[in-house]
Design a protein around this ligand. Structure first.
Ligand code: NAP
Length: 307
């Protein structure tokens, strides 16, 4: 592990989100100087415990402002996690999603290379690989992730930029504000109202947040060691996907509940991922440490029930 590298600086986007806030805590704990880029309306609740130990830059949306931020932070490495995630979009979502997932991301890399900053850790999604294909986006969000990878290729070919893209699957853990599976189950347990779910036969890759953050730190070490040539891409997965129904069973066992779930009470989503992508490579030296049962033990009672 990288220990106490206090002269090294990381610049992080998406820091106010679930994964980003956990990454910031880890980077601060191992002695990195951390700068983050936020939007004027970003909420900082998830960063409360580290707020006085990080430098916050508010981006006005322009390329020039990102140049200013990059020049001021002068990071050793940039972690890019900012994104708008939407499983399904409406026409109104297109402009903000492309702004966040493509324009902002490209401005970021342009500003990096202008300042001769050549280490980037980018974040992709397993949803770029529907039905295990080399490229098949589950939804428009996944297509924007792929589009940014295509843009990175330009910078790889024209500058010394070195990139690792970590492709995430489902993540879970403490301090998760997102209204995801465990928040929904917690609410169902509290309110004892019938919960209509899909038939539940889809296999899911759920990776505990500490394991996900280990992957970012290992990617950082790999970049710093000079082993990366061009653009390396890795999947951050357990390798042992579990059916949704079975995850709920483990949750019930660990919380001593019997949830009123109506399996099949709602249809699968369009392009539901029934079998997660498994054709990618794992980051050398990384594997998950926390089983789903251990992870549920850690999160139970700590997630905010879905509203
Ligand atoms: N968590 C998962 O299960 C999962 C799975 C696959 C891939 N991923 C990827 O992993 C990354 C982190 O996911 P997450 O779940 O932590 O996301 P999240 O909780 O939804 O947070 C998204 C972050 O992106 C920031 N952001 C969005 N648009 C921005 C913009 N234009 N400028 C600056 N910041 C912007 C948000 O800032 P505000 O505070 O201003 O909203 C927030 O900090 C994302 O790239 C996501 O696509 C996550």
């Amino acid at each position: 592990m990288v220990a106490n590298q206090s002269s090294l600086t990381a610049l992080v986007t998406g820091a106010t989100g679930f994964v980003g806030s956990h990454l910031i805590s880890r980077l601060v704990s191992i002695g990195w100087q951390v700068h983050i880029i936020i939007r004027p309306n970003s909420k900082l609740q998830l960063l409360e415990s580290v707020r006085d130990r990080i430098t916050i830059h508010t981006h006005d949306g322009t390329t020039e402002d990102l140049f200013r931020i990059m020049e001021s932070a002068k990071p050793t490495v940039v972690f890019h996690l900012a994104s708008i995630f939407l499983a399904q979009h409406t026409p109104e979502d297109i402009a903000p999603m492309l702004q966040s997932n493509i324009t902002f991301a490209t401005q970021l890399v342009e500003a990096m290379v202008a300042q001769k900053i050549y280490y980037l850790i980018n974040t992709g999604t397993s949803w770029q690989h529907y039905e295990n294909k080399e490229y098949s986006p589950v939804c428009l969000y996944a297509a924007t992730k792929q589009a940014f990878e295509a843009i990175i290729q330009f910078y790889i070919e024209t500058t010394p930029l070195q990139v690792i893209t970590l492709k995430l699957f489902d993540t879970y853990g403490q301090n998760d504000p997102r209204q995801k599976l465990f928040a929904l189950l917690e609410k169902t347990a509290n309110q004892k109202e019938l919960l209509a779910m899909s038939p539940g036969e889809q296999l899911i890759e759920l990776v505990y947040i500490d394991d996900v953050i280990d992957a970012y730190i290992l990617a950082l070490e790999r970049l710093l060691s000079g082993k990366v040539q061009g653009h390396e891409k890795y999947q951050v997965s357990t390798g042992s996907p579990i059916k949704l129904k079975e995850i709920v069973e483990v949750y019930e066992q660990e919380t001593g509940t019997n949830l009123p779930i109506q399996w099949g009470g709602r249809p699968y989503r369009p392009r539901e991922v029934m079998v997660p992508w498994n054709q990618g490579k794992l980051l050398p030296g990384w594997k998950t440490k926390i089983s789903i049962r251990e992870g549920i033990r850690k999160v139970k009672g700590s997630v905010k029930p879905a509203s």
